[in-house]
Design a protein around this ligand. Structure first.
Ligand SMILES: [Zn+2]
Length: 102
């Protein structure tokens, strides 16, 4: 009974959001343009309005943005040669264990 109520409530919420601007599902498809700043003003305002009314989508947008920001901070330093050799030996050993020569 409770799950039915939750589904109905969720459907009602989605319908209200859809009639007021954009649905949660449609928003997920537009999120990358919103976060990277390439979305045009009118669409951006619709998403801003949705975020005001929908804490789940707001949290998703913040997480998405933080993930992108953190991934940009990852450095591309080269691996020290000693570690590269050890990793190569380790992977070769694992490969021979899993796929022994015939
Ligand atoms: Zn939403």
């Amino acid at each position: 009974m409770f799950s039915l109520f939750r589904k109905l409530w969720s459907s009602l919420g989605c319908w209200l959001l859809a009639t007021r601007g954009i649905s949660c599902e449609a928003l997920t498809r537009l999120l990358i343009d919103y976060v990277d700043g390439t979305m045009l003003g009118g669409d951006r305002a619709r998403l801003d309005s949705h975020f005001t009314d929908c804490p789940n989508c707001f949290a998703m947008m913040r997480t998405y943005r933080q993930t992108i920001d953190l991934s940009r901070e990852i450095s591309c330093d080269s691996m020290p040669s000693e570690i590269r050799l050890r990793l190569k030996r380790f992977l070769n050993e694992k490969m021979w264990e899993r796929y022994p020569p015939l």
